[in-house]
Every structure is written in C-alpha cells, then in structure tokens.
Write a protein that binds this ligand. Structure first.
Ligand code: 9D3
Length: 256
C-alpha cells in the first residue's frame, strides 16, 4: 500500500514511520509512506497557507490553493484509485470496519489540517471522504492520520508477522478483551484467577469468553445490542452478571 500524508508538520510522521509495527511494515516494504508539505506549494515568498475567515470569527483557515496543489502532487505518489481522505472533526467516525475497508485499497492520500480547518471549497473539490477519530478536540489532523494508518496497516498481510493477533483482536470478535495476567502469581495481595493456573484449556476459554462478554455488557453495552448471542454466550453472560454482587470482586479480591 502507498500512503501520502499532506501535512504542515511532516516531521511528526517521521518517528511514527520508524518504530514498532508501522516501522517494520515500512522496512519490509509492505507500505510506502510519503509526506507532502503544502507550505512548499504556497505561491508567495512567505509560504502563506492560512488566511482569515470571511464573516469574521476567531482563528485562521487553510487556503485552497496550497492544499489543492499539494494534493495534486500527492496523487503522483500513489496508485490510481487511491481516495483522498481528509481528517476532520466533521467526518465519519473511524472504526475497525473503516480500517478493514481502507486495508483493501491500493493506497490513500490522507490530508491533515491545522488551525480552524479547511476552506469548505477545498473539501468540495478535492475530498473523497472525511474521517474523524471521535468527539474530542485535537490540535490538528496528524495524530488522527497516524491512528488511521496504524489501524489499517495492522490488517495488511505480513505486517503482524507471527503475532496473528489481528484476527483474535478485540473488535474482530466484536467484544472488549478479557483481562490478562502475567507473573508473579500474587502481587500486592492480588492473585491471578485460579482457572488460568489449572491448565484446563476449555475452562480457560470459557472464562475468557465470559469476562469479555461481561465487560462488554457493563462498559460498552451498545456493542452487544446488534449482536445476537448464541446459547453459550447468553449463559456465560448471565453467569457473569449473577456472580457480580456488590463486594464480590471474585478472583481479583485481595488475599489479606
Ligand atoms: C476548538 C476549535 N473548534 C471550534 C469549534 C473547531 C476545531 C477545528 C479544528 C476543532 C478541532 C480542529 C482540529 N482537529 C482535527 O484536525 C481533527 C480531529 C479532532 O479534533 N477530533 C477528532 N478527530 C479529528 S480528525 C482531525
């Protein structure tokens, strides 16, 4: 996949493309990432990319011309059929289903804004799709672009290598994750749940499924609304909710 990011702060993307899962994907040439800085396409000597809003009001807007030219330059860096995706607070909320859709593309152009955002005519002319990370205020689109890239690249064949974690991940199951424990067996009086130590793998699978269902039901009930739980899932969730009395912290209780 070829990705071009249009940004006034291209340096923000450099360490992102160097480390961890994304860094490895770049190294292995499973993805090509480039940045295009609209300031380089400004027409005046000062490299002006912003201007004051018509109608008044606070803040500055991003001008059409430098961004339109930068996006045209970005088009030459990605395959035909790569959509131009603006990161804006007004966009569709990014989720795992969107990540799966993007992972099937040959490439994409991500456009990150700053200040109060874009002149609307740029969006009308040059944007195929707007994405948001959710209802909170960022200082610009770069962090959102990195989140979109990260979630998308993880779904490309070969990117995760041996860790086939992507398929078993929360959200591919549609549920929140179950709790995890590693050594030591007891810390600050808190023990690892017995079932995880006993070696009964069917019991462990059931316990994890039950925890995942229970936590999803308590913390993110909207994720379960669409789901039609099977008979085992319904029984496990009923058990979880039954066992959850005030004061019963079950396996997580301190041992003193
Ligand atoms: C505080 C300024 N807001 C006035 C009503 C508007 C506003 C403009 C520009 C708010 C944020 C931004 C910059 N945000 C992004 O570029 C952005 C974003 C976000 O803020 N939240 C969630 N997803 C995204 S994607 C891009």
């Amino acid at each position: 996949m070829d990705i071009a990011v249009v940004s006034l702060f291209p340096e923000m993307l450099v360490p992102f493309a160097e480390f961890g899962v994304v860094g490895r994907a770049v190294q292995r040439k499973l993805v090509r990432m480039e940045t295009v800085d609209p300031r380089r396409y400004a027409t005046d000597v000062h490299g002006t990319v912003d201007d004051r809003p018509y109608g008044g009001g606070p803040g500055m807007l991003l001008r059409v011309e430098p961004y339109a030219t930068a996006i045209a330059a970005a088009r030459t860096r990605v395959p035909d059929g790569s959509p131009v995706i603006f990161l804006t607070p007004q966009g569709q909320v990014f989720d795992q289903a969107v990540a799966r859709r993007l992972a099937a593309l040959p490439g994409m152009i991500l456009v990150a804004g700053r200040y109060e955002g874009f002149d609307e005519r740029l969006i009308e002319m040059a944007c195929d799709e707007e994405l948001s990370l959710g209802d909170f205020v960022l200082s610009g689109g770069e962090v959102a672009a990195m989140a979109v890239i990260d979630a998308t690249l993880r779904l490309l064949p070969g990117v995760l290598g041996d860790e086939q974690s992507a398929v078993e991940d929360s959200f591919s199951t549609g549920l929140l994750d179950h709790p995890h424990y590693t050594r030591p067996e007891v810390i600050h009086g808190r023990a690892v749940p017995d079932v995880l130590l006993a070696g009964d793998h069917e019991a462990i699978r059931r316990w994890r499924r039950k925890q995942a269902l229970g936590r999803t039901s308590l913390r993110r009930p909207e994720l379960l609304r669409g789901e039609n739980l099977g008979s085992e899932d319904r029984r496990l969730l009923d058990e979880f909710l039954e066992e959850r009395q005030p004061g019963n912290e079950d396996d997580n209780r301190p041992l003193h």
